[in-house]
Design a binder for this molecule. Sequence first.
Ligand SMILES: Cc1cc2nc3c(=O)[nH]c(=O)nc-3n(C[C@H](O)[C@H](O)[C@H](O)COP(=O)(O)O)c2cc1C
Length: 220
Amino acid sequence: MLSSSTAISSDALIHQLEWRYATKRFDPTRKIDPGTWDSLIESLVLTPSSYGLQPYKFIVVTDPALRAKLRTVSWGQAQIEEASQLVVFAIKKDMGKAHIAHYVDRIAQVRGVSRDSLEGFEGMMVGNLVDSLRATTIDQWSARQTYIALGNFMTSAALLGVDTCPIEGLDPAAYDQILGLEAEGYATVCVCAAGYRSADDNYAKLPKVRFPESELVQVR
Ligand SMILES: Cc1cc2nc3c(=O)[nH]c(=O)nc-3n(C[C@H](O)[C@H](O)[C@H](O)COP(=O)(O)O)c2cc1C
C-alpha cells in the first residue's frame, strides 16, 4: 500500500489549474519527453471508473499521415497536427457480459482471489448494467466514464506543466472509420491534444470565464 502524502501545496494546485487553458496553438517543435509522457499514459490507466469496469480504450496517434487525415474531420483544428501527442478516447461499444467477465478475471488475477468468490459481484454488475440498460444507454454510461479519464489526463498534464486541448469538435464516425475502431467494437467520443503552447497563442492571455463560485457551489 502506498502511504498518503500531500504532494503539492494548495497554492501550487490552483496555480497549475489557472495556468491550464484549452490550447489552440501548440509549438510543433516541442515534444513531450518520454518520461513525462509515460506518466501521462499512467494517468489514463489509473483513472477511476464506475465498478472499475474501464469500458474504454485510449489510442495514441503518432503517425503524421493519420494525424493529417484526422484534422480534416476535426473542423480543421490545428492542434490535431501541431501538438506533440494526440490521444483518442473511445468507448467499448455496447459493453456487455464478455467485458464484465474479462474484468472479473482481472480482479481474480491481480488480487489473488478465486473466480467463484467474485460471482456475486459479477452478477450485480450484469444485473445493474447489462440487464437494466439499453444499448444506447450503456454507451452513454461508458462515455461518462471516458470523460473522467479526459479530466484526469488534463489535470495530470497541467500538474506536469504540459499543455492540453480537449476536443469534441470532430466527426466521431469518421474517426472510427479512419482508425478502424468500428471493427474492433469501439467508438470515438473525444480527443485530447497534448504538448507545449506556442508563444503566439493569444488564448493563453485571456481571463478564464467561470460563473462565480456562489453560483456553482452550494452548501446545504
Ligand atoms: C469535452 C470538451 C470538448 C471541447 N472541445 C473543444 C474543441 O473542439 N476545440 C477547442 O478549441 N476547444 C474545445 N474545448 C475547450 C473549451 O472550449 C474550454 O475548455 C472552455 O472554454 C474553458 O476554457 P479553458 O479550458 O481555457 O479554461 C472543449 C472542452 C471540453 C471539456
